[in-house]
Design a protein. Structure first.
Length: 61
């Protein structure tokens, strides 16, 4: 992995991922699913986590 300014570039890939994107962003998760880096079960788990986290943040605000 090579860091270039505000972008992260993976050595063997042409795609760049903005630094503020993480494994938890929907776009990155969908790309990982397409590339068979994660399973659909893992994707579902992460979406459930995101929804629960959002609900907790709403009730605590």
């Amino acid at each position: 992995m090579v860091r270039m300014g505000k972008e992260v570039m993976w050595d063997d890939e042409l795609d760049t991922i903005l630094e503020d994107d993480s494994i938890y962003s929907e776009e990155v998760r969908e790309q990982l699913l397409e590339d068979d880096e994660i399973s659909s079960n893992e994707l579902g788990f992460m979406k459930g986590y995101e929804e629960a986290d959002a609900l907790c943040n709403e009730t605590s605000a």
